[in-house]
Design a binder for this molecule. Structure first.
Ligand code: NAD
Ligand code: DAU
Length: 351
């Protein structure tokens, strides 16, 4: 095998797209997917690649030091693409410590083991940390996040991601660990867990349930198709400069309420409902605590230096996403059974 890669969080939303891309595109790389299979991890996301000869799944926790040590020993990785995380802002408001444990301690455990196992030969190794634009805080109506924008996280989730980014750079500067970071905007697409806005709205519209919009729906997010993020990760992993940060975004800002109206229109068409039917489900609910107003990424550096750009227009990507959810009812039923109902009740009942 030409390369031996550890991908963490590969059973999650973005991770499963990254695993699929690498397994199919690089048959001469050995891909080890390490995932704890939390509520967000789902091996059904990877049924199409699970039997490929260059793919191995390992169940385990990134905070478990001896397990991670043994894994590095067993596979002799020369690259890590680190996506495993607690990723939902609302859950971080309910239980911040879980985010500190996985996102901060888990990242530090991985860094420490990469350092330990690579110390005699750092050449040809790479620790790639996948992070978020939320570390930069919240924008007003103007401006964009640049790679040089100071960190200003506002939620327990973004604070934990910011902290993990700082540890990555600390290992780069202090121990010369070859590392790179990317900070991406909101992803959407297939296999997205229906706690996040777009899949939650699709699920509720399909079932004629209220679509909860926080506050006045005026918050703005920059949306990127998940396959384009996976392509960016591939590009940065192979061509990014060690010690650098790359912003990844869709140049595609939407006010939440406008996005929900577009989604309702697409759902009406797909479900054969009269136009305007789904929009009646929109329900304004109590705002998220500390709700960041606007995220907007300037991804010029990635475009100019490494030639990456998004491949899809938002309307087309959203339509593809809706089609996937309507065609994959079993997947949706599986992930919304059991604990999902408990979370949903706790999060939305009192709003
Ligand atoms: P996700 O919640 O869908 O998946 C996270 C995965 O990590 C799951 O498979 C889960 O089982 C696994 N995991 C959680 N804790 C673990 C642990 N302790 N040990 C091993 N595995 C564990 O998340 P996602 O949306 O796919 O995000 C992936 C990464 O990308 C995260 O680091 C997130 O911060 C970052 N990111 C996400 C977005 C987005 O819009 N979703 C945007 C930018 C960056
Ligand atoms: O910007 C990148 C980040 O995008 C990632 O780092 C996070 O992992 C990912 O979850 C996402 O964070 P957001 O908080 O922006 O995504 P979410 O889908 O939870 O919410 C999008 C917007 O919609 C946000 O303004 C809150 C709002 N919202 C969300 C939910 C779940 C609602 O109005 N109603 C809802 O029910």
């Amino acid at each position: 095998m030409k390369r031996k890669l550890l991908i963490t969080g590969g059973a999650g939303f973005i991770g499963s797209h990254v695993v699929r891309l690498f397994v199919n595109k690089y048959p001469d790389y050995q891909i080890v997917n390490l995932d704890a299979l939390t509520y967000a991890g789902n091996l059904e996301n990877l049924t199409d690649v699970k039997d490929q000869p260059n793919y191995i799944f390992e169940k385990g926790d990134i905070t478990d030091e001896s397990f991670i040590d043994d894994l590095f020993e067993k596979y002799q990785f020369d690259g890590v693409i680190h996506l495993a995380a607690e990723s939902h802002v609302d859950r971080s408001i309910m239980d911040p410590l879980a985010f500190i444990k996985t996102n901060v301690l888990g990242t530090a455990v991985l860094l420490n083991n990469a350092r330990k196992h690579w110390k005699d030969k750092m050449d040809g190794k790479l620790f790639y940390h996948v992070s978020t634009d939320e570390v930069y805080g919240s924008l007003g109506e103007e401006g964009f996040f640049l790679e040089t924008t100071p960190y200003d996280p506002r939620s327990p989730y973004s604070a934990s991601k910011a902290s993990s980014d700082h540890f990555v750079m600390a290992y780069y500067h202090t121990y010369h660990l070859p590392a790179v970071i990317s900070n991406c905007s909101n992803n959407y697409g297939s296999h997205h867990f229906p706690e996040k806005l777009i899949p939650l709205a699709i699920h509720n519209i399909k079932n004629n349930k209220p679509v909860p919009v926080y506050g006045k729906g005026e918050n703005i997010r920059d949306w990127l198709f998940v396959n384009d993020h996976a392509r960016a990760i591939d590009t940065i992993f192979h061509h990014g400069k060690i010690g650098e940060t790359y912003n990844v975004g869709g140049f595609n800002e939407w006010k939440n309420i406008d996005l929900i109206h577009l989604l309702c229109k697409i759902m009406d068409q797909k479900l054969g409902r009269p136009e305007g039917t789904s929009a009646q489900l929109i329900t304004y609910v109590k705002d998220r605590a500390g709700h960041d107003l606007r995220y907007a990424i300037d991804a010029t550096k990635l475009n100019k230096e490494l030639g990456w750009e998004p491949s899809l227009q938002f309307e087309e990507g959203l339509e593809k996403t809706v089609d996937w959810y309507l065609e994959n009812e079993t997947w949706l039923n599986h992930v919304t059974s059991g604990d999902y109902q408990n979370y949903y009740n706790e999060q939305y009942q009192k709003r």
